[in-house]
Write a protein that binds this ligand. Structure first.
Ligand SMILES: O=C(CO)COP(=O)(O)O
Length: 140
């Protein structure tokens, strides 16, 4: 079981709900996380159980980033709105930076998300199970 996070900006939320609905049986086998409003929208329209953090502008991206920093998060699907400035842009950049620090697969549009979820279904994320198994107690 892997840790997967969903995040979508407001004008991408419908696309996110449609995407997660399409792959619901795959996501159902994993531990799911999200920012506040995104998670609520997904849970309203699917049978998935999601651990919701704060809304993005209130720190949700940073809470997910904290799990990334500890190498706990295995896949992030973050449907960003590239045409709308966000008040918490620094938090968004920080989250994506941490994904690069740890080498965490992250999709920022639905085309990439499709490829990653198909890879997930095919077992291509097995290496992440090993990361969890052999992770040192203290991350330096
Ligand atoms: O703003 C967000 C990510 O940067 C998403 O937050 P919500 O899911 O609470 O709308």
């Amino acid at each position: 079981m892997l840790n997967i996070a969903f995040i979508a900006h407001d004008r991408k939320k419908e696309e996110m709900v449609n995407f997660v609905t399409a792959y619901e049986p795959i996501f159902a086998g994993h531990q799911l996380y999200s920012t506040g409003t995104t998670g609520q929208r997904i849970m309203d329209q699917t049978n998935l159980s999601i651990h919701r953090f704060c809304s993005g502008p209130l720190g949700g991206d940073q809470q997910i980033g904290a799990l990334v920093a500890q190498n706990e998060m295995d896949l992030i699907i973050f449907l960003r709105d590239p045409l709308m400035a966000q008040p918490h842009e620094p938090d968004i950049i920080a989250l994506l930076r941490l994904c690069d620090v740890q080498g965490i697969p992250v999709a920022t549009n639905v085309a990439s998300a499709e490829l990653l979820v198909r890879a997930l279904a095919r077992g291509d994320f097995a290496w992440r199970e090993l990361v969890h198994k052999y992770k040192p107690e203290t991350v330096e």
